[in-house]
Design a protein around this ligand. Sequence first.
Ligand SMILES: NC(=O)c1ccc[n+]([C@@H]2O[C@H](COP(=O)([O-])OP(=O)(O)OC[C@H]3O[C@@H](n4cnc5c(N)ncnc54)[C@H](O)[C@@H]3O)[C@@H](O)[C@H]2O)c1
Ligand SMILES: [Zn+2]
Length: 356
Amino acid sequence: MSSTRTITVELGDRSYPIVIGNGLLGSGFNLAKYVVGQDCLIVTNETVAPLYLDAVTANLAGKAVDSICLPDGEAFKTLSTVESILDRLVSSGANRDATIVALGGGVVGDIAGFTAACYMRGINFIQVPTTLLAQVDSSVGGKTGVNHPGGKNLIGAFHQPQAVLIDTDTLKRLPDRELKAGLAEVIKYGAIADADFFSWLEDNIEALITRDAAALARSIERSCELKAEVVAEDEREAGRRAILNFGHTFGHAIERCQGYGEWLHGEAVAAGMVMAARLSGIDADDEKRLQDLIERAGLPTAPPGVPADELMQAMGLDKKVVQKQLRFVLLRKLGDAVITPDYDASRLADVLEASH
Ligand SMILES: NC(=O)c1ccc[n+]([C@@H]2O[C@H](COP(=O)([O-])OP(=O)(O)OC[C@H]3O[C@@H](n4cnc5c(N)ncnc54)[C@H](O)[C@@H]3O)[C@@H](O)[C@H]2O)c1
Ligand SMILES: [Zn+2]
């Protein structure tokens, strides 16, 4: 194991560390020290368990460790999965100082975190994210939840973890497409909050795609720092935290129109960021730099052929809901975003038309 880096999410007495390093899981890293009580339940899935469950169990030496292995997929991010985990906690007699350890991608993290938020009105949990998207985004910040047939992430809670442990080695096993989808969120951080990081990404995108360990570690660190800053400032998304949704209004509309599961979330967000940059009216040079970087990351720069009015409707902009005011995250320039209800409606129409 090489050196580790720790970033703190500053939330007063609920502050917690994000520990980043390569080879952490296999190196005897002491995960147990973040566990207050004796009982731990590792929640993972059938894809990740064979890869890392033994290592994580070993990292919890000295604790009473149980595990539950879920089927893989967003389709299982449901209340009934949460109920099955709650059943296990009840039947094993877990009490308030039990800890849930989420081992997997964002799906596992969201389910496990929400279960931890619910059991006995909230027990501790630790995130061990194993996808790039989970390492740079979903494991940090305390948003947890599951889907409802009526919509994604409709049921949820804010519940911060006690620690986030990121072993960058886990990315070696991640399918290419998942890695690139995670890079979309990394590019997002540069675009909204750090022009220097954006330039660094331009210089290092090939290294990232080819999984250069140092480049990946650096990109994860900077992404986590930026997310941690935003979360510390606005934990419950009363204001500024919404800048993390850059590209997501369009991205979610693409996902909705297509039926979830066609494109990965990061792919839809990639195309959504190009659309949002165009709507922002930033200078053409900046717009092109964003589009080029997304393209070089192997991500889509335009949505699949979805008619403009369908996208419009999916964004909640159909005639029935004219009253509803839509807010967009727009760029003033690369590295500087604002949340605003003021956008140029005719430019929006152009962006949607052009994408068809
Ligand atoms: N809570 C938040 O703030 C937040 C933010 C963004 C996204 N999300 C949620 O995250 C979810 C998406 O997360 P995701 O992109 O990680 O998808 P995912 O959890 O479905 O993981 C993608 C695939 O990779 C597999 N996998 C995980 N780790 C692996 C590894 N190391 N090697 C090989 N395969 C591995 C998974 O089993 C799965 O098949 C969505 O449900 C989304 O709503 C939550
Ligand atoms: Zn996202």
